[in-house]
Ligand binder design. Structure first.
Ligand SMILES: [Zn+2]
Length: 463
C-alpha cells in the first residue's frame, strides 16, 4: 500500500502535463498516470484539478547573516526561514554558510549540523570564499558535498571587509586561482558570482546620496548602479572561467545587457549560467517607489526598469535565465528603517512568497506556463546543483517533494500570515495568486495553506 496518492490533478512533468495523479511510498514517487491506475493509499487526496509541481528549489539563500550574525543566528534562521520555505512550496534550499574569514570547513560543518537539526526542508550549501587561504580548503569542502562557491565581486572597501574579505575585494588573479582550485577539485563544481563593478557604483552612490529625492529613492538607488556595471564583471569572469575550464554561475542577474551577454556567451557554447530573482521579475524601481517600499526594496544590484524586467522574462522564456531564486536574508525590520542610504542592503525574507510572486509576475508577462515555471523554479536548479533527478522532477524514483498549487487562489500578502521571523515582506499588501495548497517533503505533508503542519523538522542535508 502506498502512503500517499494525489488524484484528479494536473501533474507537471518535463514531458508535459499529465491529467491524473501520482503516488508515493517511502518518500519516493512510485506511480504517475491516470487516476484509475493509482494504488489506494493511506492518504488519498482529491486535488480538484489543481496543478502539482515538483517542490521548488531556491538556489540563493543567506541564512545566519545580518545583525547578530553568527552560529546562533544561523540556527535560528534555519528554524524560522525553513518554515517560511516549506509554507511557500520551497522543499530544498541552497544556503550560503556563514560569511567571514574563518575556516570554511568549520562553518560548513556547523551549517550541516544546524540544518539537520532544525530545517523543515532539505538543503544544500554554497561556501562563500572570502580570502585566498580558503582555496586550499576546496577539496575538503567537495568531500563534504559542497560544489558551489560564491565570490562577491561586487564589493570592496568597508562592505568587503564586513564579509571577511580584503578591502580590494576579489581581484581577477584571485578569481583565476579560484577557478583553477574549483575545477581541479571536482568537474561538477562551479563558482557563483555577484557581478556589479563596485568602483563605479560606490562613486555614483556617494553622488546620489547627496541629492534629496524622497519619493524616488529606489530610482536614485538604481541610478547609483547603472546597467553596465553587471556585464562589466560578467564578461571577464566568464573569460577566466572558460579559459580555466569551469562553468560560471551568475547570481541575481538584473540588467537587460546582462541577459544579452549571457545569451551570446551561451551561444558560443560557454557554460555561463543565469539566475535571477523573483523580485526582479515582479518589480520595477518606479513601481516600488510608488508603493513606498523604501529600504526594503534596496538591493545590490538594484531593481531596475520595465525594459530590464521584460528582458529578464525574455531570458526566462528562452533558457538564458535558467533559475529563479530569492536572495533571502532574515534581516529584522529595524535594520531596514531609518535613513534610506544607511539601511541594510538586501531584500529580506522571500521564500514564503517565491511561488506566488513568480506566478503573479508570469501572468502579467504572458508567461503563465507551469511547465516553464517548473523548469526555472525547480528542474534547472536541480540539474545545476547536481540534485537531478533525485529532485527537480516529478517522475518515478524521484523524491516526493511536491507542491499542490491552486492557480485560482489569490490573497493580499500579510506578513502576519508568513512563517518568516522577519515580520515584513517586500510583497506586503500586494495581491498575489498561485499560492501552494499542500507541500510535501519526501512524501511528508509539511505545510497546508501557508501553515506548517509537520510536528518536527524533516529537512536533511543533501550532499
Ligand atoms: Zn545573495
Amino acid at each position: 500500500m502506498a502512503t500517499l496518492t494525489l488524484r484528479n490533478a494536473l501533474i507537471v512533468t518535463p514531458t508535459g502535463i499529465v491529467r491524473g495523479g501520482l503516488s508515493a511510498s517511502g518518500g519516493v514517487i512510485t506511480h504517475i498516470g491516470a487516476d484509475s491506475g493509482l494504488p489506494l493509499s493511506e492518504q488519498d487526496i482529491d486535488c480538484r484539478s489543481m496543478y502539482v509541481l515538483p517542490g521548488l528549489i531556491d538556489p540563493h539563500v543567506h541564512l545566519g547573516i545580518g545583525p547578530g550574525a553568527g552560529p546562533e543566528k544561523f540556527e535560528r534562521d534555519f528554524r524560522t526561514e525553513s518554515r517560511d520555505a516549506a509554507a511557500g512550496g520551497v522543499t530544498t534550499m541552497v544556503t550560503t554558510t556563514l560569511f567571514g574569514a574563518q575556516d570554511r570547513t568549520e562553518v560548513a560543518e556547523l551549517a550541516i549540523e544546524a540544518g539537520n537539526r532544525y530545517s523543515m526542508v532539505d538543503f544544500r550549501l554554497t561556501s562563500v570564499i572570502t580570502k585566498r587561504e580558503h582555496l586550499a580548503e576546496i577539496p575538503e569542502l567537495v568531500k563534504k558535498g559542497i560544489r558551489s562557491y560564491k565570490f562577491f565581486l561586487g564589493y570592496k572597501g568597508a562592505q568587503a571587509e564586513a564579509f571577511g574579505m580584503a578591502s580590494e575585494g576579489i581581484s581577477w588573479d584571485f578569481f583565476y586561482q579560484a577557478c583553477e582550485a574549483i575545477g581541479s577539485a571536482d568537474a561538477r563544481a562551479f563558482p557563483t558570482i555577484h557581478a556589479e563593478d563596485p568602483y563605479v557604483r560606490d562613486f555614483l552612490t556617494e553622488r546620489m546620496r547627496n541629492r534629496p529625492a524622497r519619493n524616488t529613492l529606489l530610482q536614485s538607488w538604481l541610478e547609483s548602479s547603472p546597467n553596465i556595471l553587471e556585464p562589466m564583471q560578467i564578461y571577464p569572469a566568464a573569460l577566466i572561467a572558460h579559459e580555466v575550464g569551469t562553468p560560471v554561475y551568475v547570481v541575481h542577474t538584473s540588467a537587460a545587457e546582462s541577459v544579452a551577454l549571457i545569451r551570446d556567451l551561451r551561444d558560443r557554447g560557454w557554460d555561463v549560467y543565469g539566475e535571477t530573482l523573483a523580485a526582479f521579475l515582479y518589480w520595477t524601481a518606479q513601481e516600488a517607489d510608488a508603493r513606498n517600499k523604501g529600504a526594503i526594496a534596496k538591493i545590490q544590484p538594484p531593481i531596475r526598469t520595465t525594459r530590464d524586467r521584460d528582458a529578464l522574462w525574455g531570458g526566462v522564456g528562452d533558457g538564458t535565465i535558467a533559475s529563479v531564486g530569492t536572495d533571502c536574508q532574515m534581516y529584522p525590520r529595524a535594520s531596514r528603517q531609518g535613513d534610506f542610504w544607511d539601511a541594510q542592503v538586501g531584500l529580506g525574507p522571500g521564500m514564503g512568497t517565491l511561488l506566488p510572486a513568480t506566478v503573479t509576475a508570469a501572468s502579467r508577462h504572458s508567461a503563465l506556463d507551469f511547465e516553464l515555471l517548473a523548469r526555472v523554479l525547480s528542474e534547472n536548479t536541480a540539474r545545476r546543483f547536481n540534485l537531478y533527478p533525485r529532485k527537480g522532477v516529478l517522475q518515478v524514483g524521484s523524491d516526493a517533494d511536491i507542491v499542490v498549487l491552486d492557480p485560482t487562489s489569490a490573497a493580499d500578502v500579510d506578513p502576519a500570515n508568513l512563517q518568516s521571523a522577519a515580520g515584513y515582506s517586500l510583497y506586503e499588501n500586494e495581491r498575489l495568486m498561485g499560492w501552494p495548497e499542500r507541500v510535501y517533503v519526501r512524501g511528508e505533508l509539511v505545510a497546508e495553506r501557508s501553515r506548517i503542519v509537520a510536528d518536527a523538522p524533516v529537512g536533511r542535508y543533501i550532499p
